[in-house]
Design a protein around this ligand. Structure first.
Ligand code: DGJ
Length: 721
């Protein structure tokens, strides 16, 4: 894990167990990138830097030179990592190395979520100090390498050392210059109800990018990209991952330059962003977590899964098994009363479910989505005994009680909006566009944040609440804030995120016993920023088992299954109208944090028996399912089936999931070769006397029992003997 600096060659070497990241300070004082990949016994950096000089002679153009944090204004015409405007209006700068510091551990980021360590020995950090002498701007680049992960966490911090204002126009979190462009770019893209589909594209000259301008990381693009060697697959080949720990507007781009180089840069979206730095003020960028895998996409995912489950997620639930819940949303929508909820809860208890979650519609006079957001007062028409009374009755039934809230929003038809029409994000004199009949509260304002922190804290104290679903159901339009002066209006979206993070930090730390799940119309903010405050997220509003194959498979590129909520819902499915057997719905839900989202009082006897059995099986397998290593085997994006495995760290026990979408007549049986198990161990298929050699399962594979019909699935449980 150590970080070394060689004074004579001015070289930094950052090592994890199998990975090396090397950079050096060149003769002009610029921080240059030399290498990122597998460990090399003795990398000769001099030869690397000379190779650029040899190819391009004395007038070395910066455009050929791989750099760590490139500036705008010199001979590099590619996209810069940052750009500032000085008091004289100029936008040219040039950062030079002035010093560095290497220390154990990992610092916290001011006001922003980030990965962390629990002991100083888990990581080392390098801070490199860069300075633009003309404009008196300093930038600190921070790099942390982890003992146990093939990952580097990076960020940048700006400081105005001058006596005049400096305006930041672009401040990305990191830049990596690859020497060649022989890569495929991977992104997780989609829309509401079909989030995080895997998209791959070959790099071409120019910029290829994904971004969000929606004020949230978004359903459309996840703040993640990877560059993979063209031959890389799930198990082999080099893959470089880039994941931004941020929940707002972001940009991730790869620029292929004229010399067939690939420049990756990522951070807060510079579009409609600027930040004014008064003298001596600082600006901290979000963190980017960069991973290296020589073992394909599964290798990359293993790093993200383990790092995010253990060193991004926080709080007591990080390592605790998560409860099986029933949520009343798809069962009742807004149309419920206490009696109806208690009936569902009683059924749930019979089936072995552990937590009842009351979703939208319990407050103000919210009978539809057109009112009451902001008025977090229980609706006594529906719940005459209040939340406290309901929670008590739910507890008496033997279930824990959970509550839905959407604290960042306000309905125009609400007491809150009538008293504070200026408390929403808006631009004076312009229309306030509604989406789902609501507006976004201006969390860039301290008074709004204070009010909401108090309101939600009082609410959470008012009943025995064990779980909170924190929803967010629209994107920002007409972005502006009444509290900011004209020259700071473009700070609104980022200030909103800083305000939101602070509110979430205060609330989640004041209620350490509550399990928080984030949600944004399903998966519109399924990002590492949110997962730092809330250890799990509602994966998508699409609960159809077949759609979920793709959504959960794509999500697993970066996020572990313990962070994904996955519910069994009714058929015909409410999003797509599809009718699928209860088995496949249960098996998909049993691949992550299982829950139910249907009217349990209306299911058939057969479904009831099956649900009861699946709940009891899930409880037995829960630790393995939630905390085991997740391996993708067959991609639903490539054909008619999908498969994955979950295996414990010791390779003693694993689950094999196989999903067939459509029946294919007169076809041969399906055989799958497993991964990640021990060649030397033998495994029994539980419930049978069949023993398989680990090597047999790896090299020869296993035949999946044929089940007739569409939408069939199997879940096979193996234990070493
Ligand atoms: C969107 C969420 O994703 C749903 O699960 C549900 O909570 C609704 N909002 C309620 O308005």
């Amino acid at each position: 894990m150590p970080i070394f600096f060689d004074e004579s060659s001015k070289t930094f070497n950052l090592f994890s167990k199998e990975m090396q990241y090397t950079m050096y300070v060149d003769q002009n004082g610029r921080l240059c990138h030399a290498y990122w990949g597998k460990k090399i016994r003795a990398l000769n950096v001099q030869r690397i830097s000379n190779s650029y000089k040899m190819s391009y002679g004395p007038n070395l153009s910066l455009e050929i030179l791989p750099q760590e944090y490139p500036a705008y204004g010199g001979t590099d015409f590619r996209s810069p990592a940052y750009q500032v405007q000085f008091g004289d209006g100029s936008t040219v700068s040039d950062l030079k190395y002035t010093g560095h510091k290497i220390y154990k551990g990992k610092p916290k980021l001011d006001g922003l979520p980030s990965t962390y360590v629990e002991s100083e020995d888990e990581s080392q950090t390098l801070e490199v100090y860069l300075y633009d002498a003309v404009g008196k701007l300093s930038v600190t680049l921070t790099y942390t390498v982890f003992e146990n992960f093939q990952a580097i966490a990076r960020s940048a911090k700006f400081k105005n050392e001058s006596s005049k204002k400096i305006k930041i126009l672009r401040a990305l979190s990191a830049n990596v210059d690859f020497e060649d462009d022989d890569f495929v770019m991977i992104q997780l893209s989609g829309a509401w109800a079909r989030e995080r589909n895997i998209v791959k594209r070959h790099l071409v000259p120019g910029i290829q990018s994904i971004e969000s301008r929606r004020g949230a990381s978004s359903h459309q693009q996840n703040p993640f990209i990877a560059l993979a060697r063209k031959h890389a697959d799930e198990w082999e080949g080099e893959v470089y991952g880039f994941s931004l720990v941020y929940s707002g507007n972001f940009l991730a781009q790869v620029e292929v330059g004229q010399y067939e180089t690939a420049r990756v840069s990522m951070g807060i979206n510079p579009f409609d962003f600027s930040w004014l730095l008064e003298p001596l003020e600082t600006f901290q960028t979000p963190e980017i977590v960069m991973t290296y895998s020589s073992e394909g996409f599964n290798g990359m995912s293993q790093t993200y899964h383990k790092l995010y489950a253990s060193r991004l997620a926080r709080g007591k639930y990080r390592d605790l098994e998560r409860p099986i819940l029933v949520n009343n949303w798809e069962a009742t929508y807004f149309n419920f009363n206490e009696e109806k909820l208690l009936k569902i809860a009683k059924e749930a208890k019979e089936l072995g479910i552990e937590l009842f979650v009351l979703d939208d519609g319990w407050f103000g006079k919210r009978d539809a989505d057109n009112s009451s957001l902001g008025d977090w007062v229980v609706d006594r028409r529906k719940l005459p005994n209040g939340l406290d009374g309901l929670a008590k009755k739910i507890n008496e039934i033997g279930l824990k009680f959970g509550l839905w809230i959407e604290p960042e929003m306000v309905s125009p038809d609400s007491d809150l909006y009538r008293s504070h029409p200026d408390w929403c994000i808006h631009v004076n004199g312009r229309e306030r566009n509604l989406s789902r009949n609501q507006l976004v509260l201006d969390f860039s304002r301290q008074d709004v944040c204070d009010y909401m922190t108090k309101t939600i804290s009082d609410l959470l104290k008012s009943a025995n609440i064990s779980y909170v679903k924190w929803d967010m159901n629209r994107n920002m339009t007409e972005i502006g804030s009444d509290k900011l002066p004209p020259e700071r209006q473009r700070e609104t979206a980022h200030r909103y995120m800083l305000g939101l993070y602070k509110v979430m930090d205060e609330i989640t730390s004041s209620f350490p016993d509550i399990l928080f799940e984030s949600c944004a119309g399903g998966g519109g903010r399924f990002d590492p920023g949110m997962l730092y405050y809330m250890p799990q997220a509602w994966t998508s509003d699409d609960t159809d088992a077949i759609e979920r194959l793709k959504i959960q498979y794509g999500t697993s590129y970066v996020y572990p299954q313990v962070m994904m909520g996955s519910h069994v819902s009714a058929v015909p499915n409410h999003q797509v109208g599809r009718i699928t057997p209860i088995d496949i719905r249960a098996h998909v839900a049993m691949s992550a944090n299982m829950g139910f989202e249907l009217d349990l009082t209306k299911i058939s006897d057969e479904e009831r028996e099956k649900i009861k059995a699946y709940v009891s099986e899930y409880k037995k397998l829960r630790k393995l399912i939630q905390f085991g290593n997740f391996y993708r085997l067959i991609s639903p994006f490539e054909g008619n089936e999908s498969a994955w495995m979950i295996i414990d760290e010791e390779q003693d026990e694993f689950l094999l999931y196989h999903f067939k979408i459509f029946e294919r007549p007169n076809s041969k049986g399906i055989r799958i070769k497993l991964k990640g198990i021990s060649t030397n161990k033998n495994y029994r298929l539980e419930g049978t006397n069949e023993i398989y050699g680990g090597d047999e399962l790896l090299y020869e594979g296993i035949t999946i029992p044929h089940a007739f019909g569409d939408f069939q699935s199997v879940l096979m449980h193996f234990k070493s003997v």
